[in-house]
Each structure stands twice: as structure tokens, then as C-alpha cells.
Design a protein around this ligand. Structure first.
Ligand code: NAD
Length: 264
């Protein structure tokens, strides 16, 4: 531990259980001295998040469903009341109807398109606006995306479209808040087994394909994402904003399967 997050306070949105990417990020931040608040979506997940928060020394838990803007507002009211300011936020929230995370993208319904965009993309903009008001000494915002935003990944479908819009939001928000010393970045993680990840049809096959064909020949872990997030959330990346940073064992740079895969 180097203590690079000592004295910094941040909000983590998106821990569902100990497999969540947001949990990998939380562990890394807490180990470097950050003080954390957590949101949870509904009481059932709250029961899982509470002991995890306690593990990293936090008793600051707030319910939040991003479909309900009043609950988003109340999160930031509570943070203002208890901390008065905020140094960073992590947005690790995504959702789409799993019945549409298979088959043709063309079959996406209007209802699910809208819901997916609101939860997985626009919520980041709504949260960023509220968080920025509390980042009185500057700050860092981080969201999570996936390579399906710019490449076609089987079954990722409408989530890919939402991630493309999310990545564009990162750039626009970075431009909006840069003059206030607030940085906005995303980590594009490789496939990881999580609750949300399991909603995508054939997720196991996609994970195994990445593992066999990524330059590092492995899947990334929530701890790999956690350690990379330290750079983007700390002053180590003081000159970086509007960036989509891949933590995917290098898979995004490839243009064809490895020769081992082709010959197997
Ligand atoms: P996860 O299931 O652990 O986390 C998803 C979180 O989104 C959960 O905590 C859930 O409560 C929250 N959420 C969903 N709808 C919500 C709503 N209406 N209001 C508030 N919260 C809501 O899965 P994860 O894989 O850790 O996902 C975190 C982020 O990482 C997502 O944006 C996901 O798209 C992204 N991501 C995941 C992978 C992967 O392979 N697992 C790869 C790249 C990016």
C-alpha cells in the first residue's frame, strides 16, 4: 500500500456481490486509503452489499435505483449532508432484458432499447451532473464499458449500442467538466463472470474465446480492473480525461484468432 487514495472520499455504484467489478475496484481503493460510500439496488442486494462495505470499513450505504431519479437525488443529498464534498465516483451499472441479449440486434424492442439506454448510459450523465456539484476541489469519474461498443460481439446487441453512447458521453462530460478540474474516463473491461455478464447468451463461449485469443492468453479479473482504476481515480492520471482505457488482456488490438485457435 502506498496510500495514494488517502484523504479521498468516493461513491461506488454497482456492487451486487463479491463478483462485481465494482467490488474489485472498491477493494483496490480501500487498500490505498480511500473512504467509500456504496449504493445498492433494492433491499435484497443491500443485504449482500452491507457486509462487503463493512469489510472495507464503510457503513455508508444508500439505496438507489437509477430508474427512479428521486432516489438518485437523495443519494447526493445524503453525501452532501455527511461529507459535504466528493473526490470520485464509480459508475458500474448496466442492464438490458436478457431475452434481447441473444439472437438478432434487429429484434430489439423500443421498450427495452429505451430502458437499456436510460439505465446503462444516461444514468451516468445524471449521476455525473450531481456528483460534479460536490467535487468542489476537482475530482475523477469512472464508468465501465465493453469492446462491444465499437465491434460486433455476438449477442451483446443493444448493450453494445448503449456502451457506444456511454463512451461518447464520457467524452462530452470530460469536455463539460474539464474546466472545473473534474476528469471523466472509462475502463473497457474484458469479459468477466458476473451477474450482469451471465445475462448475455453464450457468455461462457465468449469468455473462453477471449482467453484463448487475447495477447496475454488470459481473462482479466475484477482485481485487474481494480488496480487499473487506481490510476484513473487517483492523481496519478491528473493529465488524463475523456479516455477509454482497455483492461482486457489486449484482446481489442487483435484482428484475427491466434494460429493455435485456427489449427485446433
Ligand atoms: P454486476 O451484475 O455485478 O453489476 C451490475 C450492477 O448494475 C449491479 O450492482 C446492479 O444492481 C446494477 N444495476 C442494474 N440496474 C440498475 C438500476 N436500475 N439502478 C441501480 N443499479 C442498477 O455486473 P458487472 O459485470 O460487475 O457490471 C458492472 C459494469 O461493468 C456494467 O456496466 C457492465 O456492463 C460493465 N462491464 C462488464 C463486463 C463483464 O464481462 N462482466 C465487461 C465490461 C464491462
Amino acid at each position: 500500500m502506498t496510500g495514494i487514495m488517502q484523504g479521498k472520499r468516493g461513491l461506488i455504484m454497482g456492487v451486487a456481490n463479491n463478483h462485481s467489478i465494482a467490488w474489485g475496484i472498491s477493494k483496490a481503493l480501500a487498500a490505498e486509503g480511500a473512504e467509500l460510500a456504496f449504493t445498492f439496488q433494492g433491499e435484497a442486494l443491500g443485504k449482500r452489499v452491507k457486509p462487503l462495505a463493512a469489510e472495507v470499513g464503510s457503513d455508508f450505504l444508500l439505496p438507489c435505483d437509477v430508474e427512479d431519479l428521486a432516489s438518485v437525488d437523495s443519494v447526493f443529498d445524503e453525501i452532501r449532508a455527511r461529507w459535504g464534498k466528493l473526490d470520485f465516483i464509480v459508475h458500474a451499472i448496466g442492464f438490458s432484458d436478457k431475452n434481447e441479449l441473444k439472437g438478432l440486434y434487429a429484434n430489439t424492442t423500443r421498450d427495452n432499447f429505451t430502458r437499456t439506454m436510460v439505465i446503462s448510459c444516461f444514468s451516468f450523465t445524471e449521476i455525473a451532473k450531481r456528483a460534479a456539484d460536490l467535487m468542489v476541489e476537482g475530482g475523477s469519474m469512472l464508468t465501465l464499458t465493453y469492446n462491444g461498443s465499437t465491434r460486433v460481439i455476438p449477442n451483446y446487441n443493444v448493450m453494445g449500442v448503449a456502451k457506444a453512447a456511454l463512451e461518447a458521453s464520457v467524452r462530452y462530460l470530460a469536455a463539460d467538466y474539464g474546466p472545473r478540474g473534474i476528469r471523466v474516463n472509462a475502463i473497457s473491461a474484458g469479459p468477466i463472470r458476473t451477474l450482469a455478464g451471465a445475462g448475455i447468451s453464450d457468455a461462457r463461449a465468449i469468455l473462453s474465446w477471449n482467453q484463448r485469443n487475447a495477447p496475454l492468453r488470459k481473462s482479466v479479473t475484477i482485481d485487474n480492473v481494480g488496480s487499473s482504476s487506481l490510476y484513473l481515480l487517483s492523481d496519478l492520471s491528473a493529465g488524463v480525461t475523456g479516455e477509454i482505457h482497455f483492461v482486457d488482456a489486449g484482446y481489442n488490438i487483435t484482428s484475427m484468432p491466434t494460429l493455435e485457435t485456427l489449427s485446433s
